[in-house]
Design a protein around this ligand. Structure first.
Ligand code: LLP
Length: 428
């Protein structure tokens, strides 16, 4: 039983089999092969709905951070529901537009935007750039000028707040590469709003302090610090149209108890109200909390290998398919999709075939497994497929969206032709 079962809309046990909506995960694995990402449309639409309801009737907006899962069909469902997107590359811009997202529902974050990426985003007419340095401001101003356009910008400030999360996904501390140094922000806003930069229009302020944050406190702390800047700017005659609080809300992978999206948005709104911030739209850029628990990764047991010291359960999914356990030591729940008597359950290290000792899906898991069984990793809808690679010349998995009793293959499993497609050998 996954510990996060209660958080899993769209997934449930029925007669000892693990289901995604009306289809057994084991059957999907047989039909489409493994490793396989399986997403529940109902779960996705529910989490998107939760966020959108929390801002409905206001000017506040949701921009899904598509780095969490950029599957085209999934993006398209989100566009239909009314989400905007937070992008971080030209590739994400292209995919957001291909999914039908209107450009004015796109904000563009990231420390390293290239000239070509900035040009494409200006030409598309995106809603706002989240600018992360003075040099980037200069570059955007120059390119917008050349194109005869005015680029809307917000500055991402680094509020120097501890998000209390894994160091690799903490972004709001002053030693992180992200955002404008807190103390330098007001001065830069003033310069950007002056005649020195005629081809940009300062519309907002932005911050993002990290990911998988499971308490409201760091968000509140960051909001307070951002509002301090907003108020200093007001005094200087610079009125912002929006405040973007970034993403970062954690999910329940095991026994975490993060605030709900509604609760988080209410907390931030309360801080704004308390500080007299009115007529400013509040933006949010959630990634993980929209998609993580809408997806599982199904994998088949290839071999069981008990040794003197440890029992290895070798599956056909690996760190190239799902890197979170290897990279962040993330504890992702793993279940056998068929429960047939747990009497012989013992402790297993669920590992993949890649040639690295960090290639594990989970360690010390109490499971009853045998070769041929289909296991499912829950919470795999975010930062799973989007971080997959071809390491070890492995082909990336297929992706399926389940809608009631129908399953749609929305990304084919890669083939050996795909692996070879972009490469050539030298002439004689
Ligand atoms: N906005 C910005 C500017 C971001 O950099 C991110 C995530 C988000 C929004 C969305 O954050 P979320 O709501 O998903 O926490 N690969 C890592 C997570 C990296 C997050 C990077 N930035 C993981 O698997 O845990």
């Amino acid at each position: 039983m996954p510990r996060n079962l209660a958080a899993l809309t769209g997934f449930a046990w029925k007669s000892n089999r693990f289901f995604c909506e009306n289809l057994a995960v084991q059957d999907l694995a047989r039909q489409f092969g493994t490793p396989l990402y399986i997403y529940s449309r109902a779960a996705l639409e529910r989490s998107v709905g939760d966020y959108l309801r929390a801002v409905s009737g206001t000017r506040n907006r949701i921009f899904y951070a598509m780095k969490a899962n950029a599957n085209l069909a999934l993006l398209e469902l989100m566009v239909r529901q009314g989400c905007g997107f937070d992008i971080v590359s030209g590739g994400e811009l292209a995919k957001a537009l291909a999914a039908g997202c209107p450009a004015n529902r796109i904000v563009y974050s990231g420390v390293g935007k290239t000239c070509a990426e900035i040009e494409a985003a200006i030409k598309a007419g995106i809603h706002c750039f989240n600018v992360e340095s003075e040099a980037e401001l200069e570059r955007i101003n120059e390119i917008a000028g050349r194109l005869g356009r005015i680029a809307p910008i917000a500055f991402r400030v680094n509020p120097n707040v501890d998000a209390k999360t894994h160091p690799y996904i903490s972004t709001g501390l002053k030693n992180n590469k992200f955002g404008i140094a807190y103390d330098a922000a007001v001065k830069l806003f003033k310069r950007a709003a002056s005649d020195e930069f005629p081809h940009v229009r300062v519309t907002g302020i932005d911050c993002h302090i990290g990911s998988q944050i499971t308490e409201a406190d760091p968000f509140i702390h960051a909001a307070e610090k951002v509002i301090d800047i907003v108020q200093k700017l007001e005094k200087a005659g610079i009125r912002l149209e929006h405040i973007d609080f970034g993403g970062g809300l954690g999910v329940c992978y095991g026994d975490e108890t993060p605030p709900t999206p509604k609760k988080l948005i209410e907390c931030v709104q309360f801080v704004c109200l308390k500080r007299g911030i009115e007529n400013v739209a509040l933006y949010f850029e959630p990634g993980r909390s929209l998609v993580a628990n809408a997806g599982v990764l199904a994998m088949s047991v290839q071999y069981v290998k008990p040794t003197q010291t440890r029992n290895f359960c070798i599956v056909d999914a690996a760190m190239n398919d799902m890197i979170r356990p290897a990279l962040y030591e993330a504890q992702m729940e793993i279940v056998n999709t068929v429960k047939d008597g747990q009497e012989d359950a013992k402790k297993w290290d669920v590992v993949g075939p890649v040639c690295e000792s960090s290639d594990f899906m989970g360690r010390d898991r109490i499971l009853s497994v045998k070769a041929g069984d289909v296991l499912a990793m829950t919470g795999a809808g975010a930062y799973g497929m989007s971080m997959a690679s071809n390491y070890n010349c492995r082909m990336r998995p297929a992706e399926v969206i389940v809608d009631g009793d129908k399953a749609y293959l929305v990304r084919e499993r890669e083939s050996t032709e795909d692996l070879l497609r972009h490469e050539t050998t030298l002439p004689d």
